[in-house]
Design a protein around this ligand. Structure first.
Ligand SMILES: Nc1nc2c(ncn2[C@@H]2O[C@H](COP(=O)(O)OP(=O)(O)OP(=O)(O)O)[C@@H](O)[C@H]2O)c(=O)[nH]1
Ligand SMILES: [Mg+2]
Length: 231
C-alpha cells in the first residue's frame, strides 16, 4: 500500500473550512473575489472606488482581514453597508468561516475579501470564487517576485498607482515582466485611483464574472437549456 503524503494539520483545517465556505457562498449564488496584495498597495482605495461605481448594479459585501482591519472597515462603511473587519495579520479559511456565520449574506451578489500578502506559509484557498493579486508600482520587482506562488494562482493581476509612473525611479517594465514570469494567462489591469484609469476594465471584469456565473448556474439548474446546448 502506498503511504499517504503528509499534510500538516493547519493545512487540513484550512482545507475543511474552505470547502464549507465554498458551499456557503455557492448555495447563495455569491461570487467572492479575494484581493490579496502587498501592504499599502491600494486595496481599500480600489474597493472604495469600485463599490461607488458598482453599487447601483450589484449588492456588495466586504470582509477585510489585516492588522488594521477596523480602520479599513470604517472607511469602507462610508460606501457599503455590509462590511466586517477581522484584525489579524492575515486571513485563513477558518477565520473567514467564522466571519461568514455572522455576516448578513442575504441578497449579496459579490463578496470582496481584502487580505494582505503575509509571509509564507499562507493558505491560498479561503473558499473564494476568484483571486486577484494586487501590487503597486512602488513595490518593485524583487518584492513582487517574493509572491510568485500567489501570482501563479491569480485569476487577475492588478498593478495600482499608475499615476506615480512620472517618478523616474519606478521600473514598471521590470514589475510587469516579473508578474508575467509567474502567470502568463491572467489578464493584467493597470489602475490609478488618483486618475480613475483602468477602472472601466476592472469593473467590467467583475460584471463579466458575475454574469457568466449566473448564466452557468442557470444552465446547470435547467435541464431544457442544458439539453439544448449540450445535446
Ligand atoms: N498615488 C496613488 N496613491 C494611491 C493610489 N491608490 C491608493 N493610494 C494611496 O496608497 C495608500 C494606501 O492605500 P490603501 O488603499 O489604504 O492601501 P491598502 O492596500 O488597503 O493598505 P493596507 O490595508 O494597509 O495594506 C494611501 O495613502 C492611498 O491614498 C493610487 O492609485 N495612486
Ligand atoms: Mg486596506
Amino acid at each position: 500500500m502506498l503511504a499517504q503524503p503528509y499534510i500538516p494539520l493547519a493545512e487540513r483545517i484550512n482545507h475543511g473550512a474552505s470547502v464549507l465556505n465554498h458551499e456557503t457562498l455557492d448555495d447563495r449564488h455569491i461570487h467572492s473575489i479575494c484581493l490579496y496584495g502587498t501592504p499599502r498597495s491600494g486595496k481599500t482605495t480600489l474597493l472604495e472606488r469600485t463599490i461607488r461605481r458598482l453599487s447601483s448594479q450589484l449588492r456588495i459585501g466586504v470582509i477585510v482581514g489585516n492588522i488594521w482591519a477596523d480602520r479599513d472597515a470604517e472607511r469602507l462603511r462610508r460606501v457599503c453597508d455590509r462590511v466586517r473587519g477581522i484584525e489579524n495579520v492575515d486571513l485563513d479559511a477558518e477565520l473567514l468561516r467564522e466571519a461568514l456565520t455572522e455576516f448578513d449574506l442575504t441578497g449579496v451578489d459579490v463578496l470582496f475579501i481584502e487580505r494582505n500578502a503575509a509571509v509564507p506559509p499562507y493558505p491560498l484557498d479561503l473558499g473564494q470564487s476568484a483571486s486577484v493579486a494586487v501590487f503597486s508600482l512602488t513595490d518593485g520587482a524583487q518584492r513582487v517576485q517574493s509572491h510568485a506562488e500567489r501570482i501563479a494562482c491569480a485569476d487577475l493581476l492588478l498593478l495600482t498607482k499608475g499615476d506615480l509612473l512620472v517618478q523616474g525611479a519606478l521600473d514598471r517594465a521590470a514589475i510587469v515582466a516579473t508578474l508575467r514570469s509567474s502567470n502568463t494567462v491572467a489578464p493584467l489591469i493597470e489602475t490609478s485611483a488618483a486618475r480613475g484609469a483602468g477602472f472601466d476594465r476592472w469593473c467590467q471584469w467583475i460584471l463579466d464574472r458575475v454574469h457568466s456565473r449566473r448564466a452557468s448556474e442557470h444552465l446547470s439548474a435547467d435541464p431544457v437549456y442544458h439539453n439544448y446546448y449540450f445535446g
